[in-house]
Each structure stands twice: as C-alpha cells, then as structure tokens.
Design a protein around this ligand. Structure first.
Ligand code: ZN
Length: 272
C-alpha cells in the first residue's frame, strides 16, 4: 500500500542533505512524498560569496535562485509537491507562531500525510532555524488533528500517524563532516556543533543505499551553494554510500506501533 509522507524543512538544500535518502527511498517504493520549506535561504552565500560581496546578487535574487534549485532538487528526489513558506532566513525562530503553525497545520490537513518528518531538538547541529521548524512542525501535527484549531482553510482535521525527528548517528556525522567540513558555529556567544545521537536513542534506520545517486543528483541541483559541495566530487562510490546509505530517525510519536526494536521502515505499523 502506498502511504504519504511530508517533510518539513527550514532551508533549500535541507531536503537533499538532511532528508534526501528517505525521500528518494519512499518515492522509489511507490509512496507519495511532499515537502514544505519554511524559508528561501536568502541570507546565504552565492557561489561562496557572502552577502554584500560585489558578486553576490542580493537577497531577492538569491531567494528566487534558491527556490528554483530547491524545486529541481525535489523533482530529482521524486517529491510530488513543494510548498515554500517564505519566512525570513536565519530568523525562523522569531516568526509568528500562530502564523507558521497555522500554515503548516493547513498543509497537513490538505496533504493528509501518514508520516511527518522534520529536524530534531538538536537542529542537526544546533541551527536555530532547524530547531524552530522542528517545534513548529510538532505543534502543527497536534493542531491539525484538533477540530477546534482554525486554519482559515476548509480542509477537515487530519491525524498524522507517525512523527519523526532526524537523528544523526555518530557514523553518519563522521562521514558527513569528513566529506564537507566540521559543522560548528556560534549562537548567542555559545559554540554549537554537530552532536551525534546516542545509538540507543535512534528508533529507526532506513537503508537508503540504493538511492545514493539520486540524493547526489539532488544535492547537485543547489548550484549556488556548490562551493560547499566541491569536495564531494572526488569521493568514491563507497564514500558516497557511507554518506547517503542510511538515514536515522527518532520516532517522536506513533499511533500504530512502539517498543524498543529498531524500525527499518518509517511506514512500519501502518498496515495494508
Ligand atoms: Zn538548513
């Protein structure tokens, strides 16, 4: 049976770098996948040039370009529909809660996903936008099922069966940071970095090896960010498999299964 999955991300390229494996794997398995991206990443660099640099085209132009890259990447991953919410990049945690949760809950009601996935409480490496979308998505999943929660949209309430948080393992972070760079930055004067989830806390590991070329193709769509991905060109097939071969999650809640046995399928328990 085909199921529906919705991924809620913060920036263009999160869908590929964070969720590419599981999106491609689900689509290849005949499931319907959908993506909501909260910002257009317009405070980012342009081919390595920081905002303000003479070769940087400015925020509106970068936003338009990154949205095109996002849509190309999502198409490569087999995503059926992409919704871009246009919240302010790097300031998602300051967005109006009622507004974001209402929009997300409205999309959940319209798309009726069985499974929703977003970032975890760690924001992958402490990124405040990632933490914000994780919180908003959790709230929206609850609100979407509540008939008393008004979204201004006629779609009826919808109860999501399973909610997942991306939970990078030590092995996944090691492969990622060896290929890219060590992810570390400063927020409110405090250094944040990629912190692996303990193995025992990871509830779900999806084998996405057969999809690594698709993930790689999706990442390649983010041309304006390509400076960061240049090092990946020299990787061997085995190194690519180590990078994109598994995706790990924490099952935040499930209405259809439970227990300590590790899942290998995010649709497990949904039945025929
Ligand atoms: Zn991101």
């Amino acid at each position: 049976m085909a199921f529906r999955m919705l991924v809620a991300a913060a920036h263009p390229d999160d869908e590929a770098l964070g969720f590419g494996g599981v999106l491609a794997h689900a689509a290849a398995g005949g499931h319907e996948t959908y993506l909501v991206t909260a910002t257009r990443g317009d405070r980012g660099r342009y081919f390595g040039h920081p905002p303000g640099h003479p070769e940087h085209p400015g925020r509106p132009a970068l936003a338009a370009l990154r949205e095109r890259e996002l849509r190309a990447s999502a198409a490569a991953l087999g995503v059926r529909e992409v919704v871009v919410l246009d919240h302010e990049d790097q300031h998602l945690d300051a967005a109006d809660t009622t507004d974001v949760v209402g929009r997300l809950a409205g999309e959940i009601r319209r798309l009726r996903p069985h499974v929703v996935a977003s970032f975890g409480a760690d924001g992958a490496y402490g990124h405040p936008d990632h933490i914000a979308i994780a919180q908003f998505t959790t709230a929206a999943t609850v609100a979407a099922a509540d008939a008393r929660f008004a979204t201004g949209d006629p779609a009826p309430p919808h109860r999501v069966a399973k909610l997942y948080a991306l939970a990078w393992s030590a092995a996944e972070w090691t492969a990622y940071q060896a290929a890219f760079r060590k992810l570390t930055f400063v927020v409110d004067g405090v250094v944040r970095e990629a912190t692996p989830w303990p193995d025992w806390a990871i509830t779900t590991v999806v084998d996405t090896r057969r999809c690594w070329r698709t993930v790689w193709q999706a990442i390649g769509c983010h041309q304006s960010q390509v400076a960061a991905y240049q090092t990946l060109k020299g990787l061997t097939d085995a190194e690519h498999e180590a990078l994109w071969g598994t995706q790990s999650f924490y099952r935040v809640f499930s209405l259809v299964n439970g227990g300590r046995r590790r899942e290998t399928d995010i649709f497990e328990g949904l039945g025929a």
